[in-house]
Design a protein around this ligand. Sequence first.
Ligand SMILES: C[S@@+](CC[C@H](N)C(=O)[O-])C[C@H]1O[C@@H](n2cnc3c(N)ncnc32)[C@H](O)[C@@H]1O
Length: 206
Amino acid sequence: MDRPNVVFYGEEEFKLHPDVYEPAEDTFLLADNLDVHRGERVLELGTGCGLLAILAAKTGAKVVATDINPSALECARANAVAHGVAGHIDFRLGDLFEPVSGECFDLIIFNPPYLPVAPREELGGLLDRAWEAGPDGRAVIDRFLSELAWHLTTNGSALFVQSSLADVEKTIRAPKASGFQVEVMAREKLWSEELFLLSFFRSNNR
Ligand SMILES: C[S@@+](CC[C@H](N)C(=O)[O-])C[C@H]1O[C@@H](n2cnc3c(N)ncnc32)[C@H](O)[C@@H]1O
């Protein structure tokens, strides 16, 4: 099936690229629940075409947007220029928190790869890495959770999507041991899975 060249969120148009994730229900679940304030430091991991980072930048936040896919960063940068917020987003290439080593944020947003895939000989392409997440669907999310605390300010929080295909219960149990709490902010049933929008924050902050 042919992929479209653009995607709309409300009236806002975002250009796509053949090697970049096409925003879908998971993206829009995050977008619908973004609560960003002027001056906040926001990190979006895995920005894809940049839709979420651009919405955050439009509120006056200072945004860092990363991806492991160079085509994604190129596409996101072009969209940021078209939306007039290129000067408010710092685009960085790299794996998870590696491009923001030693930095802390008020809000961290992530729509991670979460599709369980059987091990195979050859490595997937860059577009495959937008959704493939190892045999249990947790290869990226578990690494993300293990490093998250180092990158949140004292009052900071993380907002990210998880699928019922990748053991949401495990994610909900994870933070208690490290002084974090988790809240289910929204849920959406799809044909073969349910999406959960989760917020992580330090236990003494709400
Ligand atoms: C599901 S897509 C989400 C894209 C976009 N944020 C959205 O919501 O439409 C996941 C994105 O994360 C990127 N990604 C996958 N693994 C990553 C990693 N280890 N570090 C940084 N980005 C990663 C992919 O290249 C892809 O752009």
